[in-house]
Design a protein around this ligand. Structure first.
Ligand code: PHE
Length: 340
């Protein structure tokens, strides 16, 4: 009897895919009341008690295997029936898969990281929710400093010591507090200001901050670095212009314009017919800011700069409305296919 069970087990095991009618015949042959397996169960009753345990187990295994096999064969047909009931044609070629596109702000941010990476700048990050120290005080904004009004700040209602960072200069402080000079880094990130949303302003935008601290760093180094950046970003023909400005954490401070890459300097509505567009603020790190972070301002000097990614992206791609960046309209986003 054991041999017979073994024989049926291998027989059933070997069955390959067959038609639906044949599956039914198989079921009748092996599992129906008059089938081979119930017949074995009849024989089983006459076995001596000593053999019953072992053979009983084998017999159950056979029955389960047969049932499993038949279910399996049947399920193929059921799947096929479902597919045809849903009128799915699995042989039809798939439609076009549209590749995703990078957001234009990401493209330009990556370009900026790449341009500075080539002259040794590494990238660091800091929190978007900042404390007053890192966003203002350590950067030399005194409590009643009018410069705090320069940036319309979002304060946390329950704790005015906590703000949404208004600029990436906060990361300068975090880095200077924790990294001994020389420091050559850029900090890309999102910043927040309480501004009415328009074609030219938003309450959330992106900056990249640059910081270089070492012995004997001069304003000439700053100017050369910014000129290199402007030419890499906007083309070899680009000119730069530095105008005096004011930031509490740099002295002297400047703002940099680039020659308008749209009209080539001749004058257009993007540069408001001046031939120049402002792209960043910069300056030599104020000794007070260095000292606030435990860097000896008698030994070290440095420069910092901060630029808006939206502004640069608008210039690069001639985008006239800042709001487009955050609306996620695919008709806008799709235009950047292929760029990285
Ligand atoms: N944090 C300044 C701003 O947001 C820009 C800046 C950065 C200026 C670094 C000087 C040095 O306007």
């Amino acid at each position: 009897m054991k041999d017979r069970i073994d024989q049926l087990l291998t027989e059933i095991e070997a069955i390959k895919s067959i038609s639906l009618e044949e599956v039914e015949q198989l079921r009748l042959k092996y599992l129906s009341k008059k089938g081979l397996i119930p017949a074995l169960f009849d024989d089983f009753k006459n076995l001596p008690a000593t053999e019953k345990r072992e053979v009983g187990q084998l017999l159950n295994e056979l029955k389960n295997n047969a049932q499993k096999k038949i279910d399996e064969l049947k399920s193929h047909f059921e799947l096929r029936d479902e597919v045809s009931a849903a009128r799915l044609d699995l042989t039809r070629p798939a439609g076009n898969v549209e590749p995703g596109t990078r957001h234009p702000l990401s493209i330009i941010r990556n370009r900026i990281i790449d341009i500075f990476g080539r002259i040794g700048y590494t990238v660091a990050d800091g929190p978007e929710i900042e404390d007053d120290w890192h966003n203002f005080s350590a950067l030399n904004f005194t409590a009643d400093h009018p410069a705090r009004d320069m940036q319309d700040t979002f304060f946390i209602a329950t704790n005015p010591e906590i703000v949404l960072r208004t600029h990436t200069s906060s990361v300068q402080i975090r880095v200077m507090e924790s990294v001994p000079p020389p420091i050559r880094m850029i900090f890309p990130g999102r910043v927040f200001r309480n501004e009415a949303i328009s074609a030219r302003a938003h309450c959330m935008f992106h900056q990249v901050e640059g910081l270089y601290i070492d012995k004997n760093v001069s304003f000439a180094d700053l100017k050369q670095t910014l000129m290199y950046f402007a030419k890499e970003m906007f083309g070899e023909q680009t000119k730069i212009r530095l105008r005096p400005s004011y930031f509490p954490f740099t002295e002297p401070s400047g703002e940099m314009d680039v020659s308008c890459n749209i009209c080539g300097g001749a004058g257009c509505n993007i540069c408001k017919y001046s031939g120049w567009v402002e792209i960043l603020g910069c300056g030599m790190v104020d000794p007070a800011a260095l000292d606030n972070c435990g860097i000896d301002s008698k030994t070290y000097t440095g420069f910092a700069f901060g630029m808006g990614i939206e502004r640069i992206t608008m210039l690069k791609y001639q985008i006239k409305d800042l709001r487009l960046f955050f609306e996620n309209d695919v008709r806008f986003l799709k235009q950047f296919t292929g760029a990285f």
